[in-house]
Structures are given as C-alpha cells and as structure tokens.
Write a protein that binds this ligand. Structure first.
Ligand SMILES: [Zn+2]
Length: 134
C-alpha cells in the first residue's frame, strides 16, 4: 500500500524535486521522505501567505533550514500521509477547503481539516509558537 501512495503522489513529488533543483537546494532522505532546504527555499517559504517554516509537496518537504525541518517533521509527515491518500487531488482539495472557509469568514489555514489533522500531532508548545504564522 505504501508504494501505491508514492506512485499516487508521484507527480507532486517530482514537481518538488524539480523546484528544489531550480532553487539550487540541498536534499536529504529522512524516514522515506525527501527533505529540501537552502537559502532560496527559505526566501520563498517566508513569502507564503502564512510564512511557513516548512511545506509539503508529495513525498517531499521544503524547509527553511535543517532546524525548521526537524521542528516540523511530525506535522509535515501528516501532510505526506494526506498526499499518499489524496495523491494529485490533494492540492485542489486543500485549496478548495481553504477557499470555502475563506468565503464563510473562517480561517482558511487554521480551520482547514488537513491542517487540523496535522496540528493534532504537534506538541502543544510547538502549536503555540508564533513563528508558525506572522
Ligand atoms: Zn500544515
């Protein structure tokens, strides 16, 4: 079943590797997931709508640096599992939820069911860190 998850999320993972190569990033493999970091990745992540420490794309995680990858690994691995289940439909499903929540006046990030599932595994101390959002 795990192989099917890799295949199903494969296009997202390949896209992540290509972006990582374009950004001249460093790569490493941790627990079956590609971790990608470097100055350009950090620059880009700081400019996402929620100023992310890390972001998952398929079986790959972009992190601002190694410390950010270590801090967010449990949370991001929940997203890896979501990609394995949803595959190429994950991004449209995630953005669809966010758009629907935004139109309802809710928090498009924190109220997103994919994030609620991922934040549930984080330690409470990490959940409260202001660096998660600016
Ligand atoms: Zn998340």
């Amino acid at each position: 079943m795990r192989i099917l998850g890799y295949i199903w999320a494969g296009p997202n993972t390949i896209l992540a590797v290509l972006v990582g190569l374009l950004l001249l990033s460093r790569f490493r493999l941790v627990d079956g997931v590609i971790e990608i970091h470097g100055p350009a990745v950090a620059w880009a992540l700081k400019r996402t709508p929620v100023s992310a420490l890390a972001m998952t794309l398929g079986h790959a995680i972009f992190g601002q640096d190694v410390a950010a990858l270590d801090l967010t690994r449990k949370h991001e691995h929940v997203h890896v599992g979501q990609y394995a289940r949803w595959g190429v439909l994950f991004v449209p499903a995630y953005l669809g939820w966010s758009a629907w929540l935004y139109m309802k006046g809710r928090d498009a990030y924190r109220d997103n069911p994919f994030e609620i599932e991922a934040y549930a595994v984080d330690d409470p101390s990490i959940r409260q860190l202001s660096v998660w959002r600016e």
